[in-house]
Design a protein around this ligand. Structure first.
Ligand code: FAD
Length: 440
């Protein structure tokens, strides 16, 4: 394949910037479209590439944590954005926090001065299927491009991301509840945590006095879209949750035959039951308060989050119907999609998907076989997640839901490892072995 062939990359955010750098390094000519500053999104505030729109933290450096493992893998793959992040880090304990302006300016200058990259500061409104293209226009993709995406995605697009917390099964006290589906129908997929009136009131009052992330002005429409944060329901009165996610009807405690005052339902996130989703608990509570408030639920006193709850505006495609596990469109092989638009959540995950899409596009264009990241790595897990290979890719109604990378998505070991630290060390060791075999 001719390496002078031009590749279009739409969006110079985290995914698009990483992809542009990787492909330019491999000799391709890139046309990188970025609509800012002529047309802005609702959340970006500069004209720089790879702008971090909210927090300036890329989270933990510890390889025994999911964000640390992602960093290890990005470093192994020679990530330009992660290397740049380390150049501009600011003190933040065990986390990697960065000076966001210096970071983004450096990325912008480096890509702008790259002779293989032609920067086009324009809103891209059409996708030419005959040109190899990576679409990385992010969660705030412009409306005109959304119309174009509807065509290639067969209208499989979502606009709001409502995420319930996911917790580590090992942190649940299973003596405090019972497996049962409402009215005894189904195959006991839910683990129910009953609450007395007194316990409920304590939990309810703590929820009301917690602190929340403010909605951006542009996100307020979501109240009309039927995915309400739990605290918003709670604010409508003490009883509201008892008719919503904490409804006890049909969940009489089989041990006593008594109907509890309230019931919190947990649903297995994967077939092995190593992670549980707290059903209906999408929330804007600050993470510190999620920890405090949810620990008041009997059985969750020692809960450990694999993913915190959240709720925000987010344009994303129904990836399992559109992408294979190389971030490539099943029906249009020239087109790859990367970043938050595919249903990965988070800065590092977006960078990683930009990286994977670039590496796999190079393989595709040069007729080589795709890189096999295996099921054990964060890269492989994200690829499997967006292509719907994991049961966890879908919610209980079978709807694809975005996710960050967390340890609950990784395959476990044949033998149950009770010691958490040892288990995470074994996750890491397994990843190191896989990367030894990856030829870039
Ligand atoms: C409000 C908000 C806050 C977030 N906060 C965090 C956080 O604190 N921590 C975290 O880990 N994750 C956060 N995320 C999630 C996610 O990590 C970021 O959105 C991340 O920037 C996604 O990377 P991306 O490359 O997919 O998209 P982006 O970084 O948004 O890049 C997409 C780029 O495409 C451009 N673009 C859009 N449409 C067009 C078009 N038609 N033509 C040309 N260019 C176009 C945009 O201007 C943008 O520069 C947040 C998301 C949102 C929406």
């Amino acid at each position: 394949m001719d390496k002078n062939l031009e590749i279009n990359i739409i969006g110079a955010g985290l995914a698009g910037s990483e992809a542009a750098y990787q492909l330019s390094k491999r000799g391709y000519k890139i046309k990188l479209f970025e609509m800012r500053p002529a047309k802005n999104t609702e959340a970006h505030s500069t004209e720089y590439f790879a702008e971090l729109i909210c927090s300036n933290s890329l989270k933990s450096r510890d390889v025994l944590k999911s964000s640390g493992l992602l960093k290890y893998e990005l470093t192994s793959l020679n990530s330009f954005l992660l290397e740049t992040a380390y150049k501009f880090e600011v003190p933040a304990g065990g986390a990697l926090a960065i000076d966001r302006d210096l970071f983004s300016k450096y990325v912008t200058d480096t890509l702008s001065n790259n002779e293989n990259i032609n920067i086009v500061r324009e809103e891209c409104t059409e996708i030419d299927l005959s040109i190899p293209t990576i679409i990385a226009s992010g969660p705030l993709t412009s409306e005109k491009l959304v119309e174009e995406l509807k065509k290639i995605s067969n209208n499989h697009l979502y606009f709001v991301d409502a995420i319930s917390p996911i917790i580590d099964a090992d942190s649940i006290n299973f003596d405090k509840g019972y497996f049962m589906d409402r009215y005894g129908k189904g195959s006991d997929d839910y683990f129910n945590l009953p609450m007395s009136e007194e316990e409920y009131d304590k939990f309810y009052n703590a929820m009301l006095s917690a602190e929340y992330i403010n909605f951006h002005e542009f996100e307020k429409l979501k109240y009309f879209e039927g995915c309400m944060p739990i605290e918003e329901m709670a604010s409508r009165g003490r009883e509201t949750l008892l008719f919503g996610p904490l409804k006890p009807v049909g969940l009489e405690d089989p041990r006593t035959s008594i109907r509890p005052f309230a019931v919190v339902q947990l649903r297995k996130e994967n077939s092995i039951g190593s992670a549980y989703n707290i059903v209906g608990f999408q929330t804007k509570m600050l993470q510190k308060y999620q920890k405090e408030v949810l620990a008041l639920i009997p059985g969750l006193e020692n809960l450990e989050f694999l993913r915190y709850g959240s709720l925000h505006k987010n344009t994303y495609i129904n990836s399992p119907k559109i992408l294979n596990s190389n971030f490539q469109c099943i029906d249009n092989e020239n087109i790859f999609i990367a970043g938050q638009l595919t249903g990965v959540e988070g800065y590092l995950e977006s960078i990683m998907s930009g990286m994977i899409s670039a590496l796999q596009m190079d393989r595709f264009l040069t007729g080589k076989s795709f890189i096999d990241f295996t099921d054990y790595t964060a890269a492989g897990t994200l690829s499997n997640y967006v292509s719907g290979k994991l049961s966890t890719s879908f919610d209980r109604k079978g709807v694809f839901t975005p996710s960050n990378f967390h340890f609950g998505l990784l395959p476990l070991f044949e033998k149950k490892i009770r010691d958490k630290k040892l288990k995470y060390q074994m996750f890491y060791d397994r990843v190191v072995e896989v990367y030894k075999g990856i030829n870039l």
